[in-house]
Design a binder for this molecule. Structure first.
Ligand SMILES: Nc1ncnc2c1ncn2[C@@H]1O[C@H](COP(=O)(O)OP(=O)(O)O)[C@@H](O)[C@H]1O
Ligand SMILES: CC(C)(COP(=O)(O)O)[C@@H](O)C(=O)NCCC(=O)O
Ligand SMILES: [K+]
Length: 257
């Protein structure tokens, strides 16, 4: 078994890769728990899903530095007797990608995992749109290169910003709008968030394709991938486990032999 942990700003997603496929456990990122509590969460999930706690490796991606050591400790305790490899994603590990960006060390490890999975599973050139806390676009070019992308506020952050930054607007329930034409404050905000995010992504992809002269395969992931797929006027694939799949591939490329 392989345990892959993706620590994002909203959720910690833990993928358990077994002979029977992948099971995914999701835990809120906040509030931070201690390693004992995460270990209990993990053991409870394994028991509930009847997954055997047999020999396993682990790999962790984190874009929340304050959470990294606690989860690393939880995995280490889970595999104490195994001596199994426990890897942390960095830009320096083997990924099969060459970085063509200004500061590879600053790229979020979730975006690196997304790029690796896109290339290996769907082929290049490709763009991943990750609809999470932030909406990120990550592009793999024709030469197996990580060439960059775009970052914008995610749907939840936009919603919160409108509520906090204005006197009269309140956060809405994040349900998709039925029409682009809003007819009251709530439906106007819904339109802005969902159609606006879809349109922004389409426009960014168009710009990148013009600049690079390639046509990108588009893969959607993140908590809002399925709902956003209905708004995006672009042929795409949806893979909600893309980041975890990328971690699995990174583990295979970097496991000690
Ligand atoms: N399975 C799901 N179905 C619908 N919405 C989801 C699901 N999982 C997460 N979300 C929503 O998407 C948001 C972003 O989640 P996620 O992609 O896990 O973000 P991050 O990777 O930044 O932690 C969450 O705050 C939640 O509101
Ligand atoms: C852009 C992000 C905040 C996205 O995080 P998420 O929405 O998945 O929680 C994260 O990938 C990050 O902190 N990246 C560092 C900057 C970069 O990737 O260029
Ligand atoms: K920040």
């Amino acid at each position: 078994m392989l345990i892959a942990v993706d620590i994002g700003n909203s959720s910690i997603n833990i993928g358990y890769f077994t002979a029977n496929g992948i099971s995914v456990q999701s835990i809120n990122t906040h509030p931070l728990k201690d390693s004992e509590e995460y270990l209990t969460d993990i053991c409870n999930f394994l028991q509930q899903k009847r997954i055997e706690k047999n020999s396993h490796g682990g790999i962790i991606s984190s874009v929340v530095p304050g959470h990294t050591s606690v989860l690393t400790e939880a995995l280490r305790r889970l595999s104490a007797d195994e001596g199994a490899a426990l890897l942390t994603v960095t830009h320096e590990m083997s990924s099969g990608l060459k970085f063509r960006v200004n500061a590879p060390e600053k790229v979020g490890s979730d975006r690196l995992a997304n790029a690796v999975a896109a290339k290996e599973i769907y082929g290049k050139p490709a763009a991943v749109i990750d609809f999470g806390t932030a909406t990120t676009i990550t592009v793999v070019g024709v030469d197996d290169d990580f060439i960059g992308g775009a970052i914008l506020p995610g749907l939840g952050l936009m919603n919160r910003a409108l509520g906090e930054g204005t006197s009269r607007l309140q956060e809405i329930i994040l349900e998709p709008p039925l029409r682009a034409l809003g007819v009251d404050t709530q439906t106007c905000i819904r339109s802005g968030l969902f159609y606006g995010t879809a349109g922004a992504c389409e426009r960014i992809l168009m710009g990148i394709e013009e600049e690079t002269g390639v046509t990108l395969k588009v893969i959607l992931t993140g908590g809002f991938a399925t709902v956003m797929g209905r708004f995006l006027r672009r042929i795409h694939e949806i893979n909600s486990n893309l980041t975890l799949e990328g971690l699995r591939i990174l583990y295979e490329k970097n496991r000690p032999s």
